[in-house]
Write a protein that binds this ligand. Structure first.
Ligand code: B12
Length: 217
């Protein structure tokens, strides 16, 4: 099958919530030596399409739950192929979490996995994390970067509040927000330093931030 054909088939399997088929396709592509990050991108597109169906009332909450479960299993399948590159010293530290009111964590967990692969010390606070918890942990851990994840529109206020409290608590390092629904407008509203809708790009950004090649702000 062509590369484009393989992508389209996997995207469709996720979109149609075909759990077994999706996992078979992922394993097949890994066996053929395909890049796990490309596979991840296709799965992410499948998830976007699930979201589209939910918006059009073609799927209900059960569809989102099912998609989340399929994606979790895909990640478990991909993990050993991504993690095998880890070696050497820790390069930087990040405080990571999904903000208050939001329990979406698949994207955050990918970022955790990718950053760990790039030898970051990742302090993952989990989901539904209160702004005060981020601020307290940042003061204690003093990470190079703080990363806030959130997918819900209602999470943007929590992100904004978290940024305010982090700054009030004396954290002066870069704050990066991530999530598939973010936009430049949201980024301005939240008041973070950087934003991304892409985990791989986010990891590259964190690496550059730690290397000090980008000025915060
Ligand atoms: C799966 C899913 C769920 C699962 C989540 C399972 C889990 N453990 O995460 C469950 C069933 C729990 C769920 C619940 C709900 N969901 Co939901 N969900 C989704 C869905 C289909 C996929 C999300 C996903 O995992 N994508 C794949 C990951 C890999 O992508 P990602 O999160 O964007 O992450 C990538 C990047 O953004 C980036 N990134 C992410 N975070 C960070 C952080 C940093 C620091 C960096 C650098 C990068 C980074 O890296 C990742 C890899 O590239 C989306 C649809 C969509 N378009 O996203 C809806 C969606 C997000 N959900 C939605 C809704 C409405 C809900 C519910 C309110 C439904 C309900 N009626 O209860 C609840 C809310 C629960 C809550 N309080 O949080 C809406 C949100 C609409 C809005 N604008 O607010 C969406 C957009 C669906 C839609 N189109 O309507 N959901």
């Amino acid at each position: 099958m062509s590369e484009a054909g393989a992508s389209a088939t996997l995207i469709a399997a996720i979109r149609d919530l075909q759990e077994e088929e999706a996992l078979l396709l992922v394993r097949g592509r890994l066996a053929e030596g395909d890049d796990p990050l490309r596979i991840l991108e296709d799965c992410q597109e499948g998830m976007r399409q699930v979201g589209g169906r939910y918006e059009r009332n073609e799927y209900y909450l059960a569809g989102l739950i099912m998609a989340g479960e399929i994606f979790r299993q895909v990640m478990e399948t991909l993990r050993p192929f991504v993690e095998c590159q880890i070696s050497g010293q820790v390069t930087g530290s990040i405080l990571l979490g999904t903000v208050k009111g939001d329990i979406h964590d698949l994207g955050k967990n990918i970022v955790n996995m990718l950053l760990s692969c790039h030898r970051f010390a990742v302090h993952d606070l989990g989901v539904d994390v209160a702004p005060a918890t981020f601020a307290r942990q940042a003061a204690e851990i003093r990470p190079h970067v703080v990363g806030l994840s959130g997918l819900l529109t209602s999470a943007y206020d929590a992100m904004r509040e978290t940024v305010k409290l982090l700054r009030a608590g004396g954290y002066e390092g870069p704050i990066v927000i991530g999530g598939g629904q973010l936009s430049e407008e949201v980024w301005r509203y939240v008041g973070a330093d950087y934003w991304t809708r892409d985990g791989v790009a986010g990891v590259e950004l964190c690496k550059r931030l730690v290397a000090g090649t980008l000025a915060s702000g």
